[in-house]
Design a protein around this ligand. Structure first.
Ligand code: SF4
Length: 392
């Protein structure tokens, strides 16, 4: 197996906008959870994995391991080490991109960061979200902007040369001028990679309730679209290449379609590769199946303790599903979907699968093509979800 996601569902506190599978005040279960996670990894390693057809692009990716959450940096270094040791039976660590998400409120400390680096974690993805402290408080974040910057500098000093920063736009009280000031500031930090997300108000979250009640005001869709366009312009001017709808990486003249610091783990998703996912609520993709693990921490630990794979649901995927997902994921990339990739993954040509749909979307000005690839146009990127829906 080349790609592995590990879910760490613990947080010090729930952010007001978060609907991820993560739990606060469960620190006392971390050790038992790590035991269960390692046991799931051993169970998965004992299973046979049938290699699937991969395109040259997908096969060129290095092995990847991604610690996501939740807040993986709530783990001790010893717990990271044990998980990586168990993971090494599934994914070769040599040459792997090993990423951990990191909440700047939890990773202050050079020794911890140096320890992570020495264990082989070579990429950190830090959730900064905003440089505006009052907004960070509304979001329920556990750090200030200054602490986020300090964590970033400490990660550099600890030897991390591949750092991603996550930001959200369309935040409560945010206007275009404030967002442009944020962009101007963060593009001077020197991070290798940025992921930007438009705020999504998920039902069941405290922020959704506050906005619905009229206590908090968020920018409308037009304002959020203007913020996205501002990001595209300011990142390009600062030497970052947008390679996916929400992702930019520092670019050099030698970079081709994909910048050197593109996130290989996410590229595996966008190239619709197979990947294993372990941990509570983790979703894996092993064509012709997709699976989701049990959500709750205690239920997950209990299932693993009984010696069973902690799977809650398995969904059978048809060849039509594979084709649709290859298009929906691949078109998120600025390079688009190549004929060779689609043929290798799906066993037929783009025209054979989607000829009339592609021709119609090109007429509408949201797709463009050459002999090798089809991709979204700049206009298409603004309405990506509507374009993707045409392939389902
Ligand atoms: S730190 Fe991340 S995962 Fe945890 S509650 Fe906040 S947004 Fe959710």
């Amino acid at each position: 197996m080349q790609h592995l996601y590990l879910h760490i569902p613990f947080c010090h506190r729930r952010c007001s906008y978060c609907d991820f599978n993560t739990y606060a005040n469960m620190e006392h279960r971390i050790e038992a959870y790590v035991e269960a996670l390692c046991a799931e990894l051993r169970m998965r390693a004992a299973q046979e994995h049938v290699p699937v057809p991969r395109s040259t692009e997908a096969a060129a990716l290095p092995p990847t391991i991604f610690f996501g959450g939740g807040t993986p940096t709530m783990l001790s270094l010893g717990q990271f080490e044990r998980i990586l040791e168990a993971a090494s039976a599934l994914v070769p660590l040599e040459g792997a991109e090993i990423t951990s998400e990191a909440n700047p409120g939890t990773v202050l400390g050079r020794d911890y960061l140096r320890g992570l680096r020495s264990l082989g974690v070579n990429r950190l993805s830090m959730g900064v979200q905003s440089l505006h402290d009052p907004t960070l408080r509304v979001l329920g974040r556990i750090h200030t902007a200054a602490e986020a910057r300090q964590s970033f500098e400490e990660a550099r000093e600890a030897g991390f040369t591949n750092l991603n920063l996550d930001f959200i736009f369309g935040l409560p009280g945010q206007d275009l001028a404030q967002w442009e000031a944020t962009l101007a500031a963060i593009t001077t930090w020197g991070a290798e990679h940025f992921s930007l997300y438009s705020l999504i108000l998920e039902e069941q979250t405290p922020l959704f309730a506050q906005v619905t009640a009229g206590n908090v005001v968020v920018p409308d869709d037009d304002a959020a679209a203007a913020m996205y366009e501002a990001a595209m312009m300011q990142f390009a001017a600062a030497g970052y290449q947008q390679y996916e709808i929400s992702n930019w990486a520092r670019s050099t003249p030698e970079d081709g379609r994909l910048p050197r610091y593109a996130c290989n783990h996410n590229l595996a998703y966008w190239l619709n590769s197979d990947y294993l996912a372990v941990g509570a609520g983790a979703h894996g993709h092993l064509y012709p199946r997709r699976y989701a693990n049990i959500l709750g921490i205690d239920a997950y630990i209990k299932a693993v303790a009984q010696g069973t794979l902690p799977v809650a649901t398995v969904t059978a995927l048809t060849p039509e599903d594979l084709r649709a997902e290859t298009m929906m994921m691949g078109l998120r990339l600025n390079q688009g979907v190549s004929q060779a990739h689609f043929m290798a993954r799906c066993g037929l040509g783009l025209d054979e699968a989607y000829g009339p749909t592609i021709a119609h979307l090109i007429d509408l000005g949201v797709l463009e093509s050459d002999a090798e690839r089809i991709r979204l146009t700049a206009r298409g990127r603004m309405v990506g979800n509507q374009v993707f829906a045409k392939f389902v």
